[in-house]
Write a protein that binds this ligand. Structure first.
Ligand SMILES: *[C@@H]1O[C@H](CO)[C@@H](O)[C@H](O)[C@H]1NC(C)=O
Ligand SMILES: *[C@@H]1O[C@H](CO)[C@@H](O)[C@H](O)[C@H]1NC(C)=O
Ligand SMILES: *[C@@H]1O[C@H](CO)[C@@H](O)[C@H](O)[C@H]1NC(C)=O
Length: 332
């Protein structure tokens, strides 16, 4: 029985691998790349280098990058309906920031500061839903011994509550990848140390989730290792997940829980991924060198670079634009 199941799983994998994706290093390494998001209006990928406070833009056509720096840990960066207005997580504050996408910063203001009970926690991964609300999670204080447990919270920011966002999931350890399916009735979520991907039923009108169900557990897998980090979804409703310390991205069918494809990335700490390019068929992948000693960095010279993965035989759906302010930005 086991042999038959295993053969089926392996043949699925082999079939997918015959399409041989291309993996390309696009930039030189940064410390801790994260939070890629594609803006089709400009043909630009935004991402961050968390601990240096840097927000970067990568131009798809020219291959050029630009960056600005803020004072603190920065992630995520979420584009809005206004091309020059971004929502940025800075430590545990949400900042509205005017930026030309290159080197010029305009007005900026703090909209909210969350989790006063965990003063050393910080924002981590976040995403915009179909109605323009922001879902951004936090994680506990992190040092060389690890992350303070149970200090993370997933928050939702709306037009009505953006000064005091609603906690949606608490507690978590490291709030990370999130995605909604095409029908917009399922929400997928990763709390990294659990090594699991969970699914909730999603009510888009109310912005509510319920009925938590584990759909994928990395501990049950024999082909892959590491910790699930950032996540995105494709037009066929399959999940794509970055494996931190796993040196790969994976494709998972959330309905069957099956591992469909593994693409190796030449960097062990793979942090996140998103669809981009003019046809939304390039998977942009961020990586990190932050956890590695100088010895390990020599062995993995590409750790921390931005990568593009092509020829995956599928593509993504456009990201949604944030919409949580009723009036133009005022300086506070
Ligand atoms: C973010 O936190 C760091 C470390 O605690 C601190 O030095 C920095 O000033 C903070 N940034 C802001 C904008 O509060
Ligand atoms: C990390 O922080 C915890 C909690 O504050 C502390 O107990 C521990 O000693 C720290 N470890 C290091 C290596 O600084
Ligand atoms: C967070 O991690 C701690 C320590 O590993 C564990 O005891 C706790 O159950 C975790 N919390 C959640 C919400 O998974």
């Amino acid at each position: 029985m086991w042999a038959i199941l295993c053969l089926v799983a392996l043949s699925d994998l082999a079939w997918a691998l015959t399409r041989s994706p291309g993996v390309y290093q696009l930039t030189s390494p940064i410390d801790h790349g994260e939070g890629p998001t594609w803006d089709p209006r400009k043909g630009v990928l935004y991402y961050v280098d968390i601990h240096s406070g840097t927000i970067l833009s990568y131009e798809h056509c020219s291959g050029k990058t630009h960056s600005i720096s803020l004072y603190g840990d920065v992630t995520p960066i979420l584009p809005s309906k206004n091309e020059k207005l971004f929502y940025v997580g800075l430590n545990r504050s949400l900042v509205a920031l005017e930026w030309d996408g290159k080197n010029n910063v305009g007005k900026q203001t703090i909209l909210a500061t969350v989790s006063p009970e965990y003063p050393h926690s910080r924002f981590n991964d976040g995403k915009t839903d179909k109605r323009g609300r922001l879902w951004i999670g936090t994680m506990g204080y992190e040092n060389a011994s690890g992350v303070q447990p149970d200090e993370g919270i997933l928050y939702q920011f709306t037009k009505e509550n953006h000064e005091k966002p609603t906690p949606i999931i608490a507690p978590v350890n490291i709030s990370n990848g999130l995605a909604w399916n095409k029908k917009n009735d399922k929400f997928y979520y990763i709390d990294t140390p659990t090594q699991k991907v969970v699914q909730y039923d999603y009510d888009d009108e109310k912005g509510e989730i319920k009925n938590k169900k584990v759909i994928f557990d990395l501990k049950d897998q024999i082909h892959v290792t590491g910790y699930p980090d950032g996540m995105t979804i494709d037009e066929d409703d399959n999940l794509w997940i970055a494996l931190y310390m796993g040196g790969a991205i994976i494709k998972v069918n959330p309905v069957t829980g099956k591992l469909l494809q593994v693409v190796a990335i030449p960097a062990q700490a793979v942090t996140s991924l998103t669809w981009g390019g003019p046809k939304l068929d390039i998977l942009y992948v961020t990586t990190s060198r932050y956890p590695f000693s100088s010895e390990e960095r020599k062995r993995q010279p590409a750790a921390g670079a931005l990568f593009a993965v092509t020829d995956l035989g599928t593509r993504g759906l456009p990201a949604f634009e944030a919409d949580i302010l009723n009036e133009p930005l005022k300086l506070k």
